[in-house]
Ligand binder design. Structure first.
Ligand SMILES: Nc1ncnc2c1ncn2[C@@H]1O[C@H](COP(=O)(O)OP(=O)(O)OP(=O)(O)O)[C@@H](O)[C@H]1O
Ligand SMILES: [Mg+2]
Length: 372
């Protein structure tokens, strides 16, 4: 007690000696260290950690008190960070700006931007600091804009071509039906079967063309206030049926009290069907598909729907491409499913996120609530 009073008294005395400017700088430094958007790491001249903000500790999953006074190299080793984002050359003036560090922890992929500088006293370098900025969100926005531009171009080309493909298809279908009729009149059942196959193949091309058209710009969108739960409930029988065929268990967690969104029901069904179908197709040896509606307090204006599977996950290099039109790893896939989902959700002012590791994949669809 006695000691504590002495220390407090000592601190007061030190504070009393500070100029107004120094007091404000000290308060700013304390506040800066607790900022959420930017992390600070301060090192001494021996490259040991003198101070580290909580935000860095939470990104890297370490305990602040465990790593204080530890050498930075040892900390990097404990995280298995290779290559190391920076080294002791920083203390010799090797300052850097906008250095990108990719970091993955659990199912989260972080993109961090690092700035490093030195601390000096009377011209001598006494230590160094590194600022960590989490730019994962900005990067994904930039990525989304790039993708949606490409989608637009493809959409325009598709719209122009689709019409021209449909016309000859309609003619082919008509003549094929006539042929089928006349073959049946002559009792040529084998040939009739062939024509039947050709007709169903034409239907497949037709479906594909329709998907192209939707990609270009859906006509006749009927937006109305709807509850996401109703949309999910309507597609659940289809999802359960598909799941049964693939030995997949479906768990659905509705949340009835969530507000309505403004969207076209049929389009939304398509989004969740595509995501559900992908999840089921990924679990070749069976597994569990979980669909849940959520409201996250950090995104008060949006509803989130998570579609998680226990499949093998998506390889890191493929993860960047899954929303690209025509990217597929399936022999029968068109690679259009996810780009269509993204187009629909973007048009609603929402977005789709994906997180994946070897234990499974989670797609999260964010959609803004309808304004009152
Ligand atoms: N839940 C998932 N788990 C693993 N991989 C996935 C998952 N969802 C998508 N993918 C990967 O993303 C690719 C693109 O998906 P997308 O839905 O766009 O096309 P597709 O499923 O291949 O074809 P289509 O939708 O026409 O059947 C898939 O081929 C697959 O490699
Ligand atoms: Mg698909």
């Amino acid at each position: 007690m006695e000691d504590e009073r002495a220390v407090l008294g000592g601190r007061k005395r030190i504070d009393a000696h500070l100029t107004k400017r120094e007091k404000y700088i000290r308060q700013f430094a304390q506040r800066f260290l607790s900022l959420e958007g930017i992390g600070v790491l301060i090192m001494d001249s021996e490259f040991r950690i003198v101070e580290i903000s909580e935000v860095i500790c939470s990104i890297f999953g370490c305990k602040r008190t465990d790593i204080m006074e530890q050498s930075v190299e040892k900390w990097f080793d404990s995280l298995s960070l290779h290559p190391k984002p920076f080294d002791r050359s920083l203390l010799e003036g090797g300052v850097f700006r906008n250095r990108v560090l990719n970091w993955k922890r659990d199912a989260n992929n972080y993109k961090l931007m690092l700035d490093g500088g030195v601390l000096q006293h009377n011209e001598a370098i006494t230590g160094a600091f590194v600022l960590f900025q989490d730019v994962s969100h900005f990067m994904s926005l930039e990525e989304q804009v790039r993708r949606s531009d490409r989608l637009k171009t493809i959409g325009q080309i598709a719209a122009g071509t689709a019409h021209e493909i449909r016309n000859p298809l309609t003619a082919m279908k008509g003549f094929m039906q006539l042929l089928e009729k006349s073959l049946s009149e002559r009792g040529m059942s084998k040939e009739q079967d062939y024509v039947g196959i050709m007709l169903s193949e034409i239907e497949r091309v037709n479906d594909l063309v329709s998907e192209f058209l939707l990609l270009s710009k859906p006509k006749e969108i009927k937006r109305a206030p709807i509850r996401i739960g109703h949309v999910l409930q309507e597609i659940m029988p289809m999802i359960r049926n598909e799941a049964l065929l693939h030995k997949v268990t479906v768990l659905y967690h509705p949340k009835s009290e969530l507000s309505a969104i403004l969207a076209d029901k049929e389009q939304l069904k398509q989004v969740f069907l595509n995501l559900g179908k992908n999840a089921i197709e990924a679990m070749t040896g069976g597994g569990t598909l979980i669909i849940s509606e959520r409201h996250y307090p950090h995104e008060p204006d949006k509803i989130a729907v998570d579609i998680s599977d226990t499949g093998p996950g998506i390889a890191p290099d493929a993860l960047e491409k899954v929303f690209d039109p025509f990217f597929t790893t399936k022999p029968q896939g068109t690679g259009l499913g996810l780009s269509i989902c993204q187009r629909i959700v973007h048009d609603l002012g929402g977005n789709i996120e994906v997180a994946s590791d070897e234990t499974g994949t989670k797609f999260t669809v964010w959609i803004p609530y309808a304004s009152e």
